[in-house]
Design a protein around this ligand. Structure first.
Ligand SMILES: CC(C)(COP(=O)(O)OP(=O)(O)OC[C@H]1O[C@@H](n2cnc3c(N)ncnc32)[C@H](O)[C@@H]1OP(=O)(O)O)[C@@H](O)C(=O)NCCC(=O)NCCS
Length: 180
């Protein structure tokens, strides 16, 4: 499956994407993606090969003008409620602030709602992650609440869990359709 927008192609990962993936996954900029960190090109190659098998819910965000993978977007049907999806999005910092995340996420949401049976899409984002909150709001998602000290991805210097406050945003298919 491929999704095309004005400037981007969303397509499944390929083994050749390893170097570009390492470009943004060597040092993830948010705590919630620390467990996705890649430490070498070899590790990136293995990860790219693993990812290449997922054809419908995990996409490389590719710049059409030069074929570079500048980030990724994914969301899977939830096991208990397959009409519900929660996306993850990430761009290489060198390509942020250019509208690519919105362009990719808008097309991805449209695909989930129109082709993958999505009824509700919700996103978690930490209270300090203003870019991700801004993206949710630009996509028309409602802020549904804040879970205080909801989750811990990293430790404090003293070894105790560092808990983070998590905001939840969501949009329903009927809201998406009305907003278009
Ligand atoms: C979250 C994230 C994907 C958002 O990316 P982003 O680059 O800030 O978002 P966009 O690509 O939509 O760019 C937004 C800005 O680009 C600018 N821009 C420049 N050229 C543009 C163009 N041609 N079209 C649209 N916007 C453009 C605009 O100023 C826009 O801001 P605005 O909406 O206030 O007008 C990115 O910050 C990221 O990868 N963060 C790390 C991973 C992360 O936090 N993931 C979420 C975990 S919860």
């Amino acid at each position: 499956m491929e999704i095309e927008t004005k400037r981007l192609l969303l397509r499944p990962f390929q083994e050749e994407d390893a170097e570009d993936m390492l470009g943004y996954l060597e040092h993830p900029t948010v705590n919630c993606f620390m467990d996705m960190a890649l430490s070498s090109l070899e590790e990136a190659r293995a990860e790219a090969q693993k990812r290449s098998k997922e054809l419908n819910y995990l996409f490389a965000i590719v710049l059409k003008e030069n074929g570079k993978v500048i980030g990724e977007i994914e969301a899977y049907p939830e096991e208990e409620s397959p009409d519900t999806f929660s996306p993850c999005w990430m761009l290489n910092p060198a390509y942020q602030g250019k509208g690519y995340a919105f362009e990719a996420a808008f097309a991805f949401f449209d695909y989930l709602f129109s082709e993958k049976g999505a009824r509700r899409i919700y996103a978690y984002t930490e209270d300090y992650n203003l870019s991700s909150q801004h993206l949710c709001e630009k996509l028309g998602m409602r802020k549904e609440g804040c879970f205080k000290e909801f989750i811990s991805f990293v430790k404090n210097p003293d070894g105790t869990p560092k808990y983070e406050n998590t905001l939840q945003y969501a949009i329903l298919k009927k809201e998406w359709v009305t907003k278009q």
